[in-house]
Design a protein around this ligand. Structure first.
Ligand code: P71
Length: 466
C-alpha cells in the first residue's frame, strides 16, 4: 500500500478505450538520420517515425463512439445538409451568437473576418499574436499591436490570468491612432503563444465596456475558449459553482463574434467556423465563404464533419472531460518541474511549454534554441514537440529582422483523450535526460526560409558539433 494515502483522491480519464492505434519505436541511429533529413524541423518528420506525437493538439483528438456514430449519419447534400442545422442548433445553445458560417478550419474564418473588417492602415490590437491570425490581419493591410499584460511575456510569472488585456496599452493605441482605425480587438482565449494562458471574466467585462464606449468590436478567438472557461471556474472568485457551459455563454455574450478552429476544444479532426451577431456582416461573410470555403451551409466540411463537431461540442463542456484534460497536462508539467526543467508557469491547458532560453542559455536566439531543443527531444526518444519562439515569430515586416520574442519555447502539446499517464511519464523522463546533457545541444542555422509562416517548412543545419 506504500504511496497510497486515505485522503488522496486522484482523477481518472472519464472514458474507456474501445479502439487503439499501434505505436512504432525507432532506434536512435534511425532518428539521427530522420531529423537531419527533416532539416531539423519537427513539422517535416513523417508521422510513422514518431513514437509519442506532441506536435499539436490540433485535429489530433480521439473522437468518441458517439462522434463516430455521427459520422455515419452524414447528409452529404451540397446545400442545406441536415448536419449543418444540427451544428447550428448546438452552436446556438452553447455559444449563443446569432449567426454561424462554417469553415474548413480556423484560418478560413480568420481570412473572412480580416477581409471583412481590416482596411489598409488599420491597427488590430490583440492579447499576443497567433501566427495565422496575425498573418491574415497583415495581408488585409492591418498592423497587429500586442496589448497583453506584461506578465504574459515572463515565463516565470505565476499570474493566474496571463491572457488578460492591458487596457492601458489598448487605450494608448486608441489615443495614438484614433478609434476609427481600430476595427476590432482580437481576443484570444487561453493564449496559445503565452503558454495556454486564460483571460479572466473581470478583464473581459472591463474590455467589453471600454470597446463599447469607443465603438470597437471584440472578436474572440474561441479556439480554446472552453478550456479558458474551465480555468475561470477553477481560479476566478465567484465562478466555482457555475458550470463550464454557463461560463462559456457568459464569455460569448461579452463579445461580438468569434473565429474558432474546431480542431481543438471541439474534439474533431477538421473544421472551424466564424460566428457573428451583426446581420449585415454575416451576409458579407456568407458571401466571402462561397469564394474561399464552399457553400455557406458546409464551408469546406463534409456533412459528417459537422455532425461530429456538434457532438464534440456537447462533450467539450463536460466538466469531467475538462478536469481530466487539464489534469493530464498539469500532471506532465509537475513532473517536469520536479525534475528541474524550466517551464512556463502557471501550467497551461493544452500543453507544457519548456522555456528553451533557460534550458539552453549558451545559445543565442538567432541560433534558434527552441528549434534545436525540439530536434534533440525527438532524437532522444522519438517524441515530437513544436518550436514556439524566434522561428515561429518570423521577421518584422518593416525591418526584416528576426522578431526575437522574449518567449523562446518548446511546446509539448497534449492531444485530447489520446495518450495515457504512462506516456506522460515516458515523456517527462525523456526531457529530464536531455536536460541532464543540455550543454551538448548546439545551435542551428536556417538554410531555407519560406516567405509565409516559415516555421512550417523552414530547414536548418547544426552550426558546429560541440
Ligand atoms: C496549434 C494550431 C495549429 C497550428 C497553426 C499554425 C501554426 C502551428 C500550428 C491553430 C490555431 C490556434 C489559435 C489560437 C487559430 C488557429 C488556426 N493552432 N487560433 O496550436 O491555436 O486554426 O489550424 O484550424 O487553421 O498547433 P487552424
Amino acid at each position: 500500500m506504500s504511496g497510497i494515502v486515505a485522503e488522496k483522491r486522484s482523477w481518472a480519464e472519464p472514458y474507456k478505450i474501445k479502439s487503439v492505434e499501434l505505436l512504432r519505436m525507432t532506434t536512435r541511429a534511425e532518428r539521427e538520420s530522420i531529423i537531419a533529413e527533416a532539416g531539423h524541423n519537427t513539422f517535416l518528420i513523417k508521422s510513422r517515425d514518431v513514437y509519442i506525437d506532441l506536435l499539436t493538439d490540433s485535429g489530433t483528438a480521439a473522437m468518441s463512439d458517439r462522434q463516430w456514430a455521427g459520422m455515419m449519419v452524414g447528409d452529404e447534400a451540397y446545400a442545406g445538409s441536415e448536419n449543418y442545422y444540427n451544428l447550428e442548433a448546438a452552436f446556438h445553445e452553447h455559444y449563443g451568437y446569432r449567426y454561424l458560417v462554417p469553415t474548413h478550419q480556423g484560418r478560413g474564418a480568420e481570412n473572412i473576418l480580416s477581409q471583412l473588417l481590416v482596411k489598409p492602415g488599420d491597427y488590430v490590437p490583440g492579447n499576443m499574436y497567433f501566427t495565422t491570425t496575425r498573418l491574415h490581419q497583415e495581408r488585409a493591410g492591418g498592423t497587429f499591436v500586442d496589448v497583453i499584460v506584461d506578465e504574459a511575456h515572463d515565463p516565470n510569472s505565476e499570474h493566474p490570468f496571463k491572457g488578460d488585456v492591458d487596457i492601458g496599452k489598448l487605450d494608448r493605441l486608441v489615443r495614438q491612432v484614433g478609434a476609427q482605425r481600430v476595427p476590432y480587438i482580437s481576443l484570444e482565449a487561453n493564449v496559445n503563444m503565452a503558454g495556454g494562458q486564460p483571460f479572466s471574466m473581470s478583464n473581459l467585462r472591463e474590455l467589453h465596456g471600454y470597446c463599447q464606449t469607443h465603438g470597437i468590436l471584440v472578436m474572440l478567438d474561441g479556439t480554446r475558449v472552453i478550456e479558458n472557461a474551465y480555468f475561470i471556474k477553477e481560479r476566478e472568485p465567484g465562478y466555482a459553482s457555475k458550470s463550464v457551459k454557463s461560463i462559456l455563454r457568459e464569455i460569448c455574450d461579452l463579445t461580438d463574434g468569434a473565429t474558432v478552429s474546431a480542431k481543438k476544444d471541439l474534439l474533431v479532426n477538421i473544421g472551424g467556423f466564424l460566428a457573428l451577431n451583426d446581420e449585415e456582416l454575416f451576409k458579407q461573410a456568407q458571401n466571402l465563404a462561397v469564394i474561399y470555403e464552399g457553400l455557406h451551409t458546409y464551408g469546406g466540411l463534409a456533412g459528417r464533419d459537422m455532425e461530429a463537431m456538434a457532438q464534440g461540442l456537447r462533450e467539450a463542456v463536460m466538466e469531467t472531460h475538462q478536469a481530466a484534460r487539464i489534469g493530464q497536462v498539469r500532471y506532465l508539467g509537475e513532473k517536469l518541474q520536479s525534475a528541474g526543467v524550466p517551464i512556463v508557469k502557471p501550467i497551461g491547458s493544452h500543453g507544457v511549454f519548456i522555456d528553451a532560453a533557460a534550458f539552453l542559455p549558451h545559445l543565442d536566439r538567432d541560433e534558434y534554441p527552441a528549434q534545436a531543443l525540439a530536434a534533440a527531444i525527438y532524437v532522444e526518444a522519438g517524441i515530437r514537440a513544436m518550436e514556439r519562439g524566434n522561428v515561429s515569430a518570423g521577421r518584422d515586416p518593416q525591418t526584416g529582422d528576426n522578431r526575437r520574442p522574449n518567449l523562446e519555447l518548446v511546446r509539448l502539446t497534449i492531444p485530447r483523450r489520446v495518450y495515457t499517464q504512462a506516456h506522460m511519464d515516458v515523456t517527462a523522463e525523456c526531457i529530464a535526460r536531455v536536460h541532464a546533457q543540455r550543454d551538448k545541444v548546439g545551435g542551428l542555422r536556417m538554410t531555407y526560409e519560406p516567405e509565409y509562416l516559415r516555421f512550417f517548412q523552414a530547414r536548418f543545419e547544426p552550426i558546429a558539433a560541440r
